[in-house]
Design a protein around this ligand. Structure first.
Ligand code: ADP
Ligand code: MG
Length: 364
């Protein structure tokens, strides 16, 4: 197993149009790091550069202590699992899994031992003599993962490995991959656009947008303390609510904001040094909004979605003001479309962003 270090990595396909710009990231030996971000944000490009499948325009890649920037893919000791399984249709599962080892000239007994061990880990032993066409999508993806395991790579690279599977199977495979990481103790880098996969699998998440890493941290750090509006809006479903605000008054650890046309709210943010009147954005997650708070913000319920274990209320603030989403327990009786309510939230649950979208006043 190995660490991976990325230093000032940039990638241009066309001169002057960076697809990735100045990426710095250190991935510890044995760590599970997820690259998450919208489509086109550069995640696959970076993974392919680590794999040696894409040239590095600028910067350095280290795998363990070894400088790998110009090393051919085959010499990096990595194994990659793609969204498409890319299995050989005319070979059995056993032969598919052992193929790379046979090419490398490993002795047959060693290949058999490693294939059997991987098949046991992935619970695909009964499938070893089948051809890929006799397997379900989930089974094929297990074989593709097995093919990576038998190579005993220094680092596993996954690019959206579950995106072709249906929702139920994705959930099962997610748990399997988490277990595999625990059992193998291997370094894993996993690309996905799915924030649930990112939150559940990662030791640390790197959030990508437009070719740059916006923030790196544990799932809880990113959820509780997003560094900017992009990260705040990307992680969490339904997404964080955002409202235009102006600073009224700041004191240590506490600030009063005016929400134009709606009223004032208090947040536990340290905005000393910010001028009264400064335009800000207030962010509150759906699960942090409470209804029927005395002297809360006036709102009208527009739509309620019942989801069994919770319900989502969509409300309009004030008179034709912005819309917010609230996540409520399923037994909350007071919400029905058309109902007038008053909204509030705990001061600790309000996030504040400046006019450039950067989180301010955190740490309070
Ligand atoms: P992601 O995996 O986050 O969806 P990609 O890394 O695939 O994003 O792509 C990042 C950007 O690089 C996109 O704008 C994409 O169009 C561009 N890109 C990817 N491959 C090439 C290529 N071979 N030539 C030119 N542009 C490319
Ligand atoms: Mg991609």
């Amino acid at each position: 197993m190995s660490s991976v270090s990325l230093s000032q990595i940039s990638k241009h396909y066309l001169a002057g149009q960076p697809v990735l710009d100045g990426i710095n990231l250190h991935i510890e030996d044995g760590e599970f790091v997820v690259f998450v971000g919208p489509s086109g944000s550069g995640k696959s490009t970076l993974l392919r550069m680590i794999a040696g499948l894409e040239e590095v325009t600028e910067g350095e890649i280290f795998i363990g202590d070894q400088r790998a920037t110009d090393l051919p893919a085959a010499q990096r000791g990595l194994a990659m699992v793609f969204q498409s399984y890319a299995l050989y249709p005319h070979m059995s599962v056993r032969d598919n899994m052992g193929f790379a080892l046979r090419m490398a000239g490993e002795p047959p007994e060693a290949i058999a031992r490693r294939v059997d061990r991987a098949a046991r880990l992935l619970q695909i032993e009964p499938l070893l003599d089948r051809r890929p066409k006799a397997l379900s999508g989930g089974q094929r993806q297990r074989v593709a993962i097995g093919r990576a395991i038998v190579r005993e790579p220094r680092v596993f690279l996954f690019d959206e490995p579950l995106s072709n599977l249906d929702a139920a199977l994705r959930q099962t495979m997610r748990v399997e991959i988490a277990k595999l990481h625990r059992d193998l103790g291997a370094t894993m880098i996993y690309v996905t656009h799915d924030q649930v996969e990112a939150m559940t699998l990662a030791d640390r998440i790197a959030v990508f947008d437009r070719g740059a890493v916006q923030q790196v941290g544990t799932p809880a750090e990113l959820y509780r303390r997003p560094c900017n509006l992009f990260v705040a809006g990307f992680l969490g479903s339904p997404r964080m609510n955002f409202l235009d605000a102006r600073l009224v008054h700041a004191e240590p650890g506490r600030a009063e904001l005016d929400l134009p046309g709606l009223g004032r709210v208090t947040v536990a943010a340290d905005l000393a040094g910010h001028a009264a009147g400064e335009p800000l954005t207030l962010g509150v997650r759906p699960e942090h909004l409470r209804i029927d708070v005395a002297a809360g913000l006036p709102a009208t319920v527009e739509l309620v979605e019942y989801l069994g274990d919770h319900q989502l209320a969509h409300v309009g603030l004030g008179d034709g003001g912005p819309r917010l989403c609230l996540k409520l327990p399923p037994h909350e009786l007071t919400v029905a479309p058309g109902a007038a309510v008053r909204l509030g939230f705990a001061a600790e649950d309000g996030r504040v962003f400046d006019s450039r979208g950067r989180a301010v006043g955190a740490g309070a």
